[in-house]
Design a binder for this molecule. Sequence first.
Ligand SMILES: [Zn+2]
Length: 335
Amino acid sequence: MVDVHDYALGRLWRTPSQGEASQFFAQLRVASQRARQAWTGSTALSPYGEDAWPRVPWTLLYSAPTDVKGPIGAIIHYTASSEPKGTVRWFCDPALSSRASAHFVVSQAVEWPTGATDGLPLVQALPATVVLCRDITQPAWHATWANAWAVGFELVNQGCETPDTTPRPVAATAAKRVPCWGRLWQPYTPMQSTAVAIIIRYLAALFPEWRPDLVLGHENVQMVQTPEGCGGHDKRDPGPLLDLGTLVRAADPYDLAQTGLMDGAGNIQAANLLSRLRYNVGRRLPRDTQGPAALSTYLDQLRIFQFAAGLVPDAIAGPKTMAALTARIKDREGG
Ligand SMILES: [Zn+2]
């Protein structure tokens, strides 16, 4: 018997065609519909979001398409829960009026309702259950300004605990926690991150303008602004235990850091701080191996940080930007 996880991993290293990607999402739609029926009593997708990906000139990024016809990146979240059912219900049951949604809810292992993946080999090959809650032709509501260009992934994970957190029920605290950045975090499962990487690979094949460097955490695009720059009680998901770099490489196996293109081109100090905050400064753009594209990737990541921190997104690492980066590092790493 072929190990499903190995099979899925094997698929990672081959670029699917656009046709294969369409086939995959068609199968995922069917399996997800069955799962929603089993878990919510209805086949409905989430109604929460915009009607279509915005078809307006994109001004924040230097190197984005002028007319967005689909998602060009992804934002990763955690659910702060221990199973996918509740989140799928929260997104898809109109009676709950959650007014929030994400495209994919990713469980920690394979836990489809009985029969949900029957006759759907591409979905059976996924190492975890992934339920579509919002059609990928429509934006969801999960990350404020980034909704306009990013699909949302909700990973089933309990998130972090701090000493001042209200104690959770025994069942919720039973999961093994890993200390990092002054908090306790629940690890993601390898099956879960592999499943995300596979989906990203298919998204990249389906959407021609897909940008591997725009796979970011919620914490990278939504932060509370304070006079010092940023920090406070803002978004912390997906946290330090998810290796976003691996997810990015899954769709773009080249590493800019090896090319030395950053030397003398960008502000190395700012790039290092961005990198510590898990922005993708070291990745090149797809289908372009030249220096200017590499530089614009760094500049785009800097602009995303500036915009999220309430600064002017001018891509200049001036004193205010450097102070905000340092404040954010201090908040995150406690250093
Ligand atoms: Zn989030």
